[in-house]
Write a protein that binds this ligand. Structure first.
Ligand SMILES: [Zn+2]
Length: 163
């Protein structure tokens, strides 16, 4: 199906490629085999991601299974996933909004207890199958955890791990 550029009406060139999903706010989310449309005339690029709500849920599921403490960008992602402002999030977590801001900007490391509470809030908010509270005992609380790595692709019409 031919697509025309919204800017200059040239015919878009369509390819399927791995796409680093920087719009998620997370550094290491790679989506495999997604459609990318580029205008050969003006350089406009479109990435029409399918099933975005499900994609965001799939990323949240990877995050709550992460075996290391959350980084600021991951806290921010999960707060937005829950649909909360900083103030809403602070009241659910029982902290000051300034604390949320410090977590999200990596000025303060999220406490082990807050990290675990956030996982349970996310899991409770939109239930994740196969999430055992025993997973909370496996979290590595070291101070400088690596960011989560996410690779997803659409398979059988669902976003699934590409690993
Ligand atoms: Zn164009």
């Amino acid at each position: 199906m031919m697509k025309r550029c919204k800017e200059c009406s040239s015919e878009m060139v369509i390819s399927r490629e791995a796409y680093r999903y920087n719009e998620s706010g997370l550094p290491n989310v790679v989506l495999k085999d997604v459609e990318i449309r580029r205008c050969p005339n003006c350089g406009t690029q479109e990435v029409p991601l399918p099933r975005v709500a499900e994609l965001h849920r799939a990323i949240a599921v990877v995050l709550v299974h992460k075996a290391a403490r959350f980084l600021g960008a991951e806290v921010r992602y999960l707060r937005k996933y829950m649909g909360w402002s900083g103030v809403d999030f602070a009241s659910h977590m029982g902290v000051n909004p300034e604390t949320v801001s410090r977590w999200e900007n990596d000025k303060e490391v999220i406490s082990s207890q807050s990290d675990r509470l956030l996982r349970l809030i996310v899991v409770r908010g939109w239930p994740v199958e196969d999430y055992s509270v025993d997973d909370l005992t496996k979290i590595d609380d070291r101070k400088d955890p690596p960011p989560v790595e996410v690779e997803l692709r659409v398979r059988d019409r669902r976003w699934q791990s590409a690993a």
